[in-house]
Design a protein around this ligand. Structure first.
Ligand code: SF4
Ligand SMILES: [Zn+2]
Ligand SMILES: [Zn+2]
Length: 317
């Protein structure tokens, strides 16, 4: 197996591109694909200050590394979710990476800074853990980006993630979500620009990139993810991809090129900045009264912390 660029020994095959690469040229491919996504969707301008949402997993750490390599002023933000040992280990991975690379890391801890954690918020509000977690992440990343004067928040969603979400939204024809599924959401009053620079790269490529770049990420998944519908969609798409390499890319890229605009009318009003009020607690734009984040904090902060459970059984995270 030879590298298609230099004919040296290859370390990875990328079936989607029908090509093999050595370590150097594979890392270059990943960098080029990231730069291409940024340019193609006008995600960032040269010299932009970017806040990278880092979880300790392969995608977010690789993204931080890539944006730094591409010359952006990229700082990290890690959110301590209070999900048992998983959160302890992911926080440690992020801190070690930032220290080794001399990068600036900001941290917010849900329990220490806001008085709750994800499992407790989920139990108290009867939301799923991922819903309580997603709401907290969106609010706190937006707030940190605006307060820190960043031009954009970048997240490590890769092609597999985005294709799985698209698959789920299409299966149910959730047109309001389809209308918003774009790798860049422009800034609007009270909300920073949000970008996903890894949408041209798959899960396997991100894992290989981390190994080749010596990035120590945490391999374990969040224990709350089990049973998540998206994992099923990913498996289904992986089967299709195995039989027909390139399908995932064609599905997602084709949607962006030829379909997403057709759903524009289905976008919810607030997607366009239609919030008419400010939250009476924190001041973010909202539809009325108290924003969803402040309502969550109001109910969850101070509640008795709950043990981690899955389907009613305690789990050891
Ligand atoms: S799996 Fe759910 S709870 Fe865990 S980090 Fe992701 S969104 Fe949060
Ligand atoms: Zn090569
Ligand atoms: Zn609020």
């Amino acid at each position: 197996m030879k590298c298609q660029v230099c004919r040296g020994p290859a370390v990875i095959d990328v079936r989607r591109h029908n090509a093999n690469f050595c370590a150097e040229h594979f890392c270059k491919l990943v960098r080029d694909q990231t730069a291409k996504a940024i340019e193609e969707h006008e995600m960032l301008a040269p010299g932009d200050r970017v806040l990278v949402a880092v979880s300790g997993g392969k995608d977010s750490l690789a993204l931080w590394d890539l944006l730094d390599e591409l010359g952006y002023e990229a700082d990290g933000l890690y959110l301590g979710l209070g999900i048992g040992g998983y959160s302890d280990r992911s926080g440690a991975a992020v801190r070690a990476f930032a220290t080794r690379r001399g990068l600036t890391l900001h941290e917010v801890d849900l329990r220490a800074d806001h008085g709750y954690d994800v499992p407790t918020a989920a139990a108290v509000t009867r939301r799923s853990p991922c819903s309580a977690c997603g709401l907290s992440k969106r609010h706190l990343f937006d707030r940190a980006a605006l307060e820190g004067g960043y031009d954009a928040v970048a997240t490590g969603h890769n092609l597999d993630d985005e294709a799985a979400v698209l698959f789920g939204n299409t299966l149910r024809w959730q047109t309001e979500y389809l209308a918003r599924q774009h790798p860049v959401l422009p800034a609007r009053p009270g909300f920073p620009r949000k970008v996903k620079p890894l949408v041209r790269l798959g899960e396997r490529e991100m894992a290989a990139y981390c190994v080749l770049r010596g990035i120590d990420y945490i391999v374990e998944e969040c224990p709350m993810a089990e049973g998540n519908k998206h994992l099923g969609y990913k498996e289904a798409l992986n089967e299709i991809e195995a039989r027909s390499p390139g399908s995932k890319q064609a599905f997602y890229a084709g949607f962006l090129a030829r379909a997403v605009d057709r759903f524009a009318d289905a976008a919810p009003d607030h997607a366009e900045g239609g919030e008419t009020a400010s939250c009476d607690r924190c001041g973010v734009p909202t539809t009325s009264g108290t924003c969803a984040f402040c309502r969550l904090v109001e109910r969850a902060a101070g509640a008795q912390p709950v043990a981690l459970t899955r389907k009613g059984r305690p789990i050891d995270a």
